[in-house]
Design a protein around this ligand. Structure first.
Ligand code: ADP
Length: 500
């Protein structure tokens, strides 16, 4: 190469933004461009290993000089004494003078390497996070599946566009199916629905769509694939719509409610049996007490005749015995009338109308006026009692029983107060007295038929009055209870639904 020609080459290489050096087989550096010099300094005639690495000997492994052996270009990566990374290209190069040289080009790839490293680290972190998240998801899926198993509650999703049905593990368990046995379509699900419920299940979905509802709920039966057993399930579903409002997906839950259904069936059966036996009993009590009235009236007539015609004609004891019979007959008549009234509460009740509570009290007080006068009872009432929906005769009887007891179970002048207040959706009525009071331990029992706390000689009665009150209140949808202490008077409360 002529000198000028060589110089021209050097001039071109001088300003390149990569490093370029020429190396002789004996490690001298006849040319290094500005890029190289700025990074590694001037060679000042020193050999490459001397000025780059301050060594006395050539490096044991030197990739640059391998090209002299192979005669082939070589590419490799090098970390220079400046700590930066270079992408190195070595070419065998024959000078115009015929001398063999090495042309080495180095591109600074430090930034690229750092970016690659950062990217690699980021990737690793991301991979680690994904792995952690996947493990967390798997764990929460297991927890969800277990919770679903315990609650017998599964979840499903139906893609209406693709007709693809996805079930959680518990749905498979409820249907007694293995995932591989199920073709995951709506039709495959319908196959497992109890045949008689097909139409209802299909209609639940289509009706909700037609009526523009966002959800639907249905209880139906399914037939287990493994055992053929029929089970009850509750399904609740919600529709998902696209931007145009069309339903594209339905999501829902399915719960095995067989145990609840069985319990409901049992309860219904028991309630019906109870109703039947109650009504049989009422019928029996009614007929028996009704039919007993006439023979008892006969006995009463003859006893009165006996007393009138033969008084003083037998020995002294006979009059006393006749008196006993007469009292016994009266007691029995009272008992029969009470049983009759008790048996008629359910069967003989009138249809409900709007009733003024105060008018029931007025009527009850009028029925009790002789007793009130006799006992000098003082009865006050809350200014105006509310209106309720009910049976006038029965509510009057209710007040009459409670007021009658309040007067009866009193050792001094009876002072009685009637009141009412609204509490939420109901009215609470109360009848307070200053009587003998009741032991709280037995206060529940006194509402049962024939349950009395005293003998007839202490306080007359049949023990049916409060049972009648309870039956009347319950027929009106309310409750009855008492608060009392012996010697401190009693307050009887009953609730009735407030009129809308
Ligand atoms: P009866 O009044 O015919 O005995 P009830 O069914 O009306 O029957 O009452 C049952 C029992 O409850 C009464 O025998 C009495 O012991 C008790 N009792 C009811 N009302 C009162 C009251 N206001 N004060 C004290 N005890 C009462």
């Amino acid at each position: 190469m002529a000198k000028t020609e060589r110089q021209r080459l050097y001039d071109v290489l001088e300003t390149l933004p990569v490093y370029v050096v020429l190396l002789t087989p004996d490690y001298h550096v006849p040319f290094a461009n500005r890029f190289f010099r700025e990074r590694f300094g001037e060679s000042h005639g020193k050999r490459c290993f001397e000025y780059l690495f301050h060594r006395d000997e050539p490096c044991e492994i030197c990739e640059t000089y391998s090209v002299l052996k192979t005669g082939q270009p070589h590419r490799w990566e090098w970390t220079g004494p400046d700590g930066r990374n270079y992408d190195i290209y070595d070419f065998p190069f024959i000078d115009a003078d015929g001398a063999t040289l090495i042309l080495e080009m180095g591109i600074d790839i430090t930034e690229r390497k750092q970016a690659e490293k950062a990217l690699r680290e980021l990737n690793e972190t991301l991979e680690q996070r994904i792995a952690e998240r996947t493990a967390e998801l798997a764990a929460s899926e297991t927890r969800l599946s277990r919770a679903q198993e315990i609650a017998h509650l599964g979840s499903w999703e139906l893609d209406l566009v693709k007709n693809e049905l996805m079930w959680s593990d518990e749905v498979y368990r409820i249907f007694g199916l293995q995932p591989q046995e199920f073709s995951a379509t709506y039709e495959a699900f319908l196959e497992r629905v109890y045949p008689e419920d097909h139409a209802a299940v299909d209609a639940a979905y289509s009706d909700s769509v037609r009526e523009g509802k966002d959800s639907y709920e249905i209880e139906h039966r399914v037939v287990r694939k493994d055992t053929g057993e029929v089970r009850w399930v509750l399904e609740k579903s919600q529709h998902v719509r696209d931007a145009t409002g069309s339903i594209i997906c339905s999501r829902g839950m399915v719960q095995d409610i067989t145990a609840r259904k069985q319990a409901e069936k049992e309860l219904l059966k028991l309630t019906e049996e109870l109703k039947r036996s109650n009504s049989d009993l009422e019928q029996f009590a009614y007929i028996a007490s009704h039919d007993l009235q006439s023979p008892l009236r006969n006995v009463e007539g003859f006893v009165q005749l006996l007393a009138r015609r033969y008084k003083g004609k037998f020995d002294g004891k006979a009059d006393e015995f006749i008196q006993y019979i007469s009292t016994g007959v009266k007691d029995m008549q009272m008992l029969i009338l009470d049983i009759l009234e008790y048996s008629k509460v359910g069967s003989d009740g009138k249809t409900f109308t709007t009733i003024d509570g105060s008018s029931c009290v007025t009527k009850a007080l009028s029925n009790l006026k002789d007793t009130i006068t006799e006992k000098h009872a003082e009865i006050t009432c809350h200014e105006k009692l509310p209106q309720v929906h009910g049976d006038f005769a029965q509510l009057t009887s209710l007040f009459q029983n409670l007021l009658g007891n309040a007067i009866k179970f009193c050792t001094e002048k009876p002072i009685i107060h009637i009141a009412a207040k609204k509490e939420g959706p109901e009215y609470i009525f109360s009848v307070r007295d200053n009587g003998i009071g009741i032991n709280p331990e037995v206060s529940d029992k006194i509402f049962a038929v024939f349950h009395r706390l005293h003998t007839k000689t202490e306080y007359p009665g049949t023990g049916i009055g409060l049972a009648i009150c309870k039956k009347i209140v319950e027929r009106h949808g309310g409750r009855i209870w008492v608060k009392s202490e012996p010697g401190k008077g009693s307050t009887f409360f009953f609730s009735l639904p407030a009129e809308e």
